[in-house]
Structure formats: structure tokens, C-alpha cells
Ligand binder design. Sequence first.
Ligand code: NAX
Length: 324
Amino acid sequence: AQTPVKVTVTGAAGQIGYALLFRIASGQLLGADVPVKLSLLEIPQAVKAAEGTAMELDDCAFPLLSGIEITDDPNVAFDGANVALLVGAMPRKAGMERGDLLEANGGIFGPQGKAINDHAADDIRVLVVGNPANTNALIAQQHAPDVPAERFTAMTRLDHNRALSQLAAKLQVPVTEIKKMTIWGNHSATQYPDLFHAEVGGKIAAELVDEAWLRDTFIPTVAKRGAAIIDARGASSAASAANAAIDHVFDWVNGTEWTSAAIPSDGSYGVPEGIISSFPVASRDGKWEIIQGLEIDAFSRERIDASVRELTEERDAVRALGLI
Ligand code: NAX
């Protein structure tokens, strides 16, 4: 029998964790023939709640689930891990300054990066979901010098899926008709969902909608969708975020021709090398590759630059705080 893949999930007792763990255990993260072992990392106060979720996982009798471990120690949680989903993070509380938020998350993602460096399996792949996701991924990566930098990624797949769904609704086409969607930049309100390379039935999407809709409705609706969900649901996106995490890792491992992921920049498209920014990517042989050769017009350039500028400011801020 195949050796189970160890998947570590942090913030396992949270609402994304609750939507995510059952899908991993059912085989949707890696494939319907890949056995998995789950490791749940939580803070001490939430270990009991994680144990409750583990009881429910047991009660599903998932054929692919070969074991569950629950701990508050990152060194244990990441020991031998092949996939790490870093979901737990410090949320922004009322009155919290950005520096305080970055510092609190530095205290989480620095030690987790080090634990990954020291204990994870050689093929470790890391997806950061917890916000600010791109910069938390950078912090973790900087504490893991022995792990290839490109194994640290952050999630913009939810933004990507939101963009697909908004465009499909506008054009009244199935989402499967849309190809080459791209989210550029930061997973934040400055992100840039790009319709100038997206194609619908072989035509450029930007040419099928009017510019005012693209600029004043599409871009802000995608970028502010998280806030709209909170407003409607009274809680932030959870099942859709879990779904996007599943999509990201599945495609990373199994391959795709085109999607969006925040990965360390190699300098492509004028994005400073090293920052973890969203790009149009393909996945081949288990590695993300930035899709090259796209022409970027002035409209797109301005928006990509603005989001990338926010990322370099976040990097400079965590550097100034001594977090990287
Ligand atoms: P919850 O507050 O429901 O759960 C977070 C869990 O993380 C809690 O159980 C908490 O005890 C745990 N935790 C905190 N610090 C930890 C640590 N040091 N080690 C292990 N566990 C720790 O939040 P949830 O709704 O699940 O969201 C989790 C994160 O995802 C948030 O940062 C949120 O902002 C972010 N999101 C990111 C998205 C993306 O597209 N990248 C979209 C959805 C979501 O907003």
C-alpha cells in the first residue's frame, strides 16, 4: 500500500479548518487514490475543539484517512509533513495598527517556518491562507532557509474563483467556458483581477464587457467580496476559502495549464524578486511556473504596480520590525 501523505493544518479548530479537513480526508486535496494522515495544529485553548473535529472525522470512516494527530507544538505538527496548510493567524482587532498585526503574525509564522525548516519532509509544500497571507508566507519562508523558496505560496485562488464566477454570471456562460483568468498582486483590496488575458469562447473577456463595468463593478466586486460575505453571513468566507485551498494544492501536485497563485517572484513582469505575489501560473511536474510573455497595457500596469507596491511596503514593514 502507498505510504500516507502527511498533511498539517494549522488553525484546525477554526471555521475554515472545519470546512477543509473533511475534504482533505475524503481525498479531494491530493486525489482519490492517495491515503492521508492529518496533523492538526492549534493553540492550547483550542486543542479540545480540534479533538471534537477529529472525533467527527473518525465518525466519517473515510477509507483514505490513515490517522489524525492533534498538537499545540509546531515541531510535532510539521514533523515529516508533506503538505502544510497554514490557516491559523491573528485577525485584525478593532483599533489594531498594521504594525501590531504584522508583529502578532510574525510571532506565529516565524516559528512555524522554523519548525517546517527543521522537521518537514524534503518535498514539503506550504500554502498560507491566514491573513495577511502573502506577507505571512514571506515570514515563514524567511525562517526556512533550507527549504527551496518556491515551496512557500499564498492563496489567491479564492479571488480567482470569485472572478470566474462574477464574469460567468455577467456573460451568462458556464465557468468552464472561461480560460486564462489571472489575479495579480496581493490578496487584499488592491489585488488586480485581469480580464485582458482571460478568454471566453476564444475571445478576450475585456472585449466582451464594457470598460465601465470592468473598472467600476467587476474589479471592486471581486476585490471586496470577502467584506460582502461578512456583511451577509455575519462570518467570513469559510467553505469557499477551504475549496480554494483544495484547488490550489490539487493543481500544484497534479498539474494545470493556467490558474492564479501567489508565489515568490523571480522578477517577472517587473515584480521585485523575492516578494510573494500573485501571478498567472501553470503547474508542471509538481512545480509552479509563471506564465511568460503576456503583454501588459497601461491600465493593467498601473493596477499591478499598486498592488505590488503594497506588498513591498509590507515586506519593508516586517523587515523594519525584525520579523524577517
Ligand atoms: P477562525 O478564527 O475561525 O480560526 C482560526 C483558528 O486559528 C482558530 O481556531 C485559532 O485558535 C487558530 N490559531 C490562531 N493562532 C494559531 C497558531 N499560532 N497556531 C495554530 N492555530 C492558531 O478563522 P478562519 O475563518 O478559519 O480564517 C482563518 C484565516 O484565513 C484568517 O486569517 C482569515 O483572514 C484568512 N482567510 C484568508 C482567505 C484567503 O483567500 N487567503 C480567505 C478566507 C479567510 O478570510
